[in-house]
Unconditional design. Sequence first.
Length: 470
Amino acid sequence: MELPSAADLRLHRPLAIDIYRKLKTFVETECAIAEVAIASEFAALPAEFPRTQERVVGAVEDSFSTSSTLSTKPASRWTFLSPTMQRLRQRGKELGLWNLWSPTEGPRLTNLEYAHCAELLGRYMCASEACNCAAPDTGNMEVLAMYGSEAQKKRWLAPLLSGDIRSVFFMTEPQRACSDARNVQLKICREGDYYVLNGRKWWSSGVCDLSRCKVGILMGQIEDESYDGSSGQMTEREMTSSEQKTSAGRPKKKQTMILVPMNTNGVHVVRPLTVFGYDDAPHGHGEVEFRDARVRIADALLLGEGRGFEIAQGRLGPGRIHHCMRCIGMAERAYALMLDRGLSRQAFGRRLAELNVATIAQLRIQIEAARLLVLQAAARIDAEGAKSAFKEIAMIKVLVPRMTCDAVDAAIQLHGGAGVSADTPLARMYAIARTMRIVDGPDEVHLMSIGRMEIKRHALSSSLASSSKL
C-alpha cells in the first residue's frame, strides 16, 4: 500500500469535521470541569469494597458473589453513581457524540475519523465514558456486533449501546504468563446444555463497577477430548512464542470465548486491584474466581468452540487505534501542563521553560511522529482491513505508550514535587500511560512480531533480487 500523505490523514467529510469540532468544545469545557467534580464526589466516599449480606458458602476469604444481594450500607466508591457523570453522559447523547467508535451506530465514522476524536477523548479521564466510548465496553460491543447471535445482541449489545449497562473482559490469569494467550487455562467443561467454569481471572477491568457491570466476555479452554480444535487453529501471526503447536500437531485444549452474566452463581469477585495505588473506582480492576459457574451453552457461546483467537484478533485492531490516540491526547495534555508550569516559574534567573528547550522540542517531535504513525495505521485498516495493518498496529502499540510515558515523565519533572502529588493529574496519568505498555499485549510481544515480519520481508526481497539476476 502506498503511504498516505499528511493531507490524506486529515478530516475531510463535513460530517466528521462537524463532530470533531463539537466534541472538542464538549471535552475542553464540560469534560474539563466535570473531571474535577467527579474526583471530589468520589473522594468523599468510603473505599471499602462492599460485601454481601450473606457469605458465599465455600468462597475464598474476603470475597463476595455478584450473584447475591449487595449490602444495604451507604454507597461506597464501588456502588456510587456519580450525578456529574450521569449528566455528562446525557449531554454526550444530546450532542450526538454517543458511540462515535462504532462503524455501524451513530455517525458511522471511519477508523481514521474516529482516531482524531479519540485523541480528544484521551485528554480528560471522564470524556470516553461520557460518549460511551470507553474500554472495555467498546471492544466487547464490537465482539457482540461481529460475532454475537441475534439473541445475544438483543440481550447484551442493545443495552450496552444505549449505555444502560457496562461490561468486563476476562482474559488474564494470576498464575500464568498470559502475554502468550495459549497459557489461558480457565476450564470450560460441557455438562449437558451447560458450560461449567472453573478458574481465576484478574485485571478484569470494569468488573468492580457493581451497579452497572452486568456481563463479561470470557476466554477459556474447552475441556473435551473429542474436540480436535481444527476450526480454531491459530495462524503464525497469532502465536506469541516460538512453539506454535503441541507434539500432537495442534493444541489439545482450544481457547473459546463465551458470555457470562455477572449474576451467575459461582462468579466471585475476590478483590479490587490497584494501579500504582490508584483503585480506578468505580470501574476498577478485579480478581475474579469462577467456581462451578454454570452458563447455558446456547446463550453463552460466541462464534464457535475453539475460535477465541479469531475473535481476539478481530477485537484488537481498531481497539489499539483507540488506545493509542487516547494516549496521544494524554501526552498533549501533559505537554500543555509542562509548558504552563515552565512559563510561570523561574529558577536561576530564567523561566523553567527556557531551561528545558531541548526537552520541549524533542517531545513535540515525538508526539507528532507518533500521531502520524497511528493515523497511518487507521487509514490502512479502513483501506485494507485490520489484518493488512497488523505490523502498523504492533508498531503503534509499542511506540505510543512509550512516548506518552516520556511526555508525562517530563511534565512531572518540570513540576518538581507538585508533579508527584495529587495536586495535578500527572501522577495518575503516568500510572495509566505505564500500564498501556502491558495492556493488550506487552511491548516485547509486539516487538517479536514486528521483528519476525521484517526478517521475513527482507528474506523475500533478497530472494526475489537473487532470482532476477539469474
